[in-house]
Design a protein around this ligand. Structure first.
Ligand SMILES: Cc1cc2nc3c(=O)[nH]c(=O)nc-3n(C[C@H](O)[C@H](O)[C@H](O)COP(=O)(O)O)c2cc1C
Length: 367
């Protein structure tokens, strides 16, 4: 029997299994205002067979936005919207964390009154790096090239760190069980980590110690808001897309993890490379990560039962996140456990819109 379906306890948290629904942006918050809705509450409430749900990437401030219709957690209205979601998940005996992000250079001037977004350094993303923008009346949407960024001032760095801290306070008020910092996929924390996007000459750039500073200073402050066991960070150490290629990244991430271990942070979440024919994560990296980090390790990226069992049996991970399978299979853990057939998601209905392709995928027993 796979340990994937076993209950796990970690400090005061009990996960009903080791299966996680990872953060997935679906662009269905209300507009204007970027407020989580009752439809989103229904969607997350349907997926509480998971041991843990991590709600989609959510803006820490107005200027953190890079895509249309993504939710925020910086206004009173947004906190109230998220309460609908956390209440529904808790009613169904689920656990839910919130992923918080600032997109940095992965953004567009339309979110900044026509000005450039800011980033650690004024380094453009490659031409094929795009964000999803809906048209003016809120219908439809298209992938649009990111606007070249300007370099952040030191005061702006401090302000964005404050925004992350404030987002953690608001997430707590909204009823989330914990919080995940989005340090993956080329967004602002990742932009600070890598030489490819961070060429600052102050204390936030240059050496690996300086490049992890932005993240570590935020963590040092949010452990005062959530217990450290309820805080996680998502990294994508082997991702080289979006102009992020820096061969030192795995080492930089391991350094950040040593600091996180000192702070007793609850988990590290690896977004592994997930595009077709991507190279697998070197086993040596998995072993190093395990040796460095004593708390939970979560992995995501094209996992199936066999790969999940392998990584669990090797001891390289404690929790396994399955992303796309959760979209079309609200009862994915039950289907996996009972070897039931899986439905396919409709790629045209991933971003934006209403209940179609969102809350209308049935449980297996309803098919
Ligand atoms: C529609 C969609 C939206 C996503 N949005 C996010 C997000 O908001 N934050 C994040 O860290 N990863 C995001 N991801 C990545 C997933 O969390 C996950 O790592 C990825 O889908 C690989 O897992 P899978 O192969 O099991 O789907 C998204 C993926 C998809 C398919």
């Amino acid at each position: 029997m796979s340990t994937l379906f076993e209950t796990v306890t970690f400090n005061d948290l009990e996960f009903k299994n080791r299966i996680v629904m990872p953060p997935m942006t679906r662009c269905r918050s209300s507009h204007p205002g970027n407020v989580a809705t009752s439809l989103m509450a229904e969607y997350y409430g349907q997926r509480t067979d998971a041991g843990l749900i991590i709600a989609e990437a959510t803006q820490v401030s107005h200027d953190a936005q890079g895509y249309s219709f993504t939710p925020g957690i910086h206004t009173k209205e947004q906190i109230e919207g998220w309460k609908l979601v956390t209440n529904e998940v808790h009613k169904n005996n689920g656990l839910i964390f919130l992923q918080v992000w600032h997109t940095g250079r992965m953004s567009h001037e339309s979110f900044h009154n026509g000005s450039a977004p800011f980033a650690p350094s004024a380094i453009e993303t490659p031409e094929d790096t795009t964000v999803w923008i809906a048209n003016k009346n809120g219908n439809g949407g298209a992938m649009v090239r990111c606007t070249p960024p300007r370099e952040m001032t030191l005061a702006e760095i401090k302000r964005v760190q404050d925004d992350f801290v404030n987002a953690a306070k608001n997430a707590k008020e909204a009823g989330f069980d914990g919080i995940e910092l989005h340090g993956a996929n080329g967004y602002i924390i990742d932009q600070f980590l890598r030489k490819s996007s961070n060429q600052r000459t102050d204390e936030y750039g240059g050496t690996p110690q300086n490049r992890i500073r932005f993240l570590i200073e935020i963590l040092e402050r949010i452990v005062e808001i959530f217990p450290p066991s309820r805080i996680g960070v998502r990294f994508a150490p082997h991702n080289i897309t979006r102009g992020m290629d820096d061969p030192d990244t795995p080492q930089t991430v391991l350094l950040a993890m040593t600091k996180m271990a000192t702070l007793d942070i609850g988990y590290v979440h690896f977004a592994e490379v997930d595009w077709d024919a991507a190279p697998d994560v070197p086993e040596e990296f998995r072993a190093l990560a395990r040796a460095i980090f004593p708390n939970m390790i979560m992995v995501a990226g094209k996992y199936d039962l066999e790969k999940a069992n392998w990584v669990l049996n090797k001891g390289y991970a404690d929790l396994i996140a399955f992303g796309r399978p959760f979209i079309a299979n609200p009862d994915f853990p039950t289907r996996l456990k009972n070897k039931l057939s899986l439905a396919e998601l409709n790629p045209d209905l991933l971003f934006g819109g209403g209940s179609k392709g969102y809350t209308d995928y049935p449980r297996h027993e309803e098919t």
